[in-house]
Design a protein. Structure first.
Length: 141
């Protein structure tokens, strides 16, 4: 599991169209197809074939710590992001493990929102004056 996190002072996303790659992906009607957030850590996560629930648990701990370190008052937004690896878990496994990461952050008392899966997104973000150490982080679980 690979994570790329950015502390954003503002973030807006909107689903644009369904993904057609990787093979086997199928979109699920999103509960939330757009969102506006302020003072959050945006976490792009790639799920790889060998990732398990243990990896998801560790990822939720890492995300919770990044939110704490960054002082992000409104928690995190978890965004599926296949672009950090050439080795991808099946869409069903990836979706399930991303939900576990979201639930783990929430269990730790943090605010977490998982964006839709299987959609290309329009993404607008601002990191004005947030260039502090740790405002951008990469982690491998």
């Amino acid at each position: 599991m690979k994570l790329l996190a950015w502390h954003c002072d503002s973030l807006r996303y909107r689903d644009e169209r369904e993904s057609t790659r990787p093979a086997g992906i199928h979109s699920v009607t999103p509960e939330r197809s757009s969102g506006d957030f302020y003072d959050v850590v945006l976490v792009f996560i790639t799920v790889e074939p060998w990732d398990t629930s243990d990896h998801a648990c560790r990822a939720s701990e890492v995300v919770t710590e990044l939110v704490r370190q960054n002082g992000a008052g409104n928690g995190c937004v978890i965004m599926p992001f296949a672009h950090l690896s050439r080795q991808l878990a099946s869409p069903d496994v990836a979706r399930a493990l991303l939900r576990e990461v979201e639930a783990g952050v929430q269990h730790e008392g943090g605010a977490a929102t998982l964006t839709s899966f299987g959609f290309h997104k329009l993404l607008e973000l601002s990191m004005k004056a947030l260039g502090h150490p740790g405002s951008v982080a990469y982690r491998e679980i």
